[in-house]
Design a protein around this ligand. Structure first.
Ligand code: AR6
Length: 176
């Protein structure tokens, strides 16, 4: 489903973050060291090839809530934005740190003149953030930031599972 907010299309779909060839940047649910990991990070690094880690490593370490931008190497996008989500129950305040991931990633996309950016559900895998809570933070933050964006016109949430998609759609539908 899609909604337009302040001239920005916000959409949720089920899919693989490495198969979003029509967006300028994909966001990586990164680790602090910006190394290949599991989940989203593993999939992005595998698809991008070793050049991604070579470019990203000198930018590490990053802290929870922080984001950095690199080229996309073997991926069919222009950039990868690497954001470190909070570990649920460990990094506090987790809602604020998760919102920072979305804010900082959108700011980087906008500063780089990008039109479109795709996010996975940051922190909801290995980092243990309950998906309904994370979806609420993610969608609320994107909607809040939409009025500040100059260049970004499409924000896509790419959800791996049907129930994750459902959680995001419910919140997007219900948001003002
Ligand atoms: N496309 C879209 N979503 C995916 C994909 C994919 N290819 N693969 C997994 N997901 P996670 P985190 C979903 O664990 O919680 C890594 O090892 C997944 O089902 O990738 O922020 C890093 O190296 C879940 O809903 O990210 C870090 O150490 C969501 O994406 C750590 O895990 C995020 O899952 C980051 O943990």
């Amino acid at each position: 489903m899609k909604r337009e907010v302040n001239g920005v299309t916000v959409e949720c779909l089920r899919g693989d973050i490495t198969a979003q060839a029509d967006v300028d940047a994909v966001v990586n649910a990164a680790n602090a060291e910006l190394r290949t990991g599991g989940g989203v990070a593993g999939a992005i690094h595998r698809a991008a090839g070793p050049g991604l880690e070579e470019e990203a490593r000198p930018l590490a370490p990053i802290s929870p809530g922080e984001a950095v931008i690199t080229g996309a190497h073997g991926l069919s996008n222009r950039h990868v934005i690497h954001a470190l989500g909070p570990v649920y129950g460990r990094d506090h305040p987790e809602g604020e740190l998760l919102a920072d991931c979305y804010r900082n990633s959108l700011a980087l996309a906008d500063e780089n003149g990008l039109d479109s950016v795709a996010f996975p559900a940051i922190s909801t895998g290995v980092f243990g953030y309950p998906v309904e809570e994370a979806a609420d933070v993610a969608i609320r933050t994107v909607i809040e930031e939409s009025e500040n964006l100059q260049s970004v016109r499409l924000v896509r949430f790419v959800l791996f599972g049907e129930s994750d998609l459902g959680a995001h759609e419910r919140i997007l539908r219900g948001s003002a």
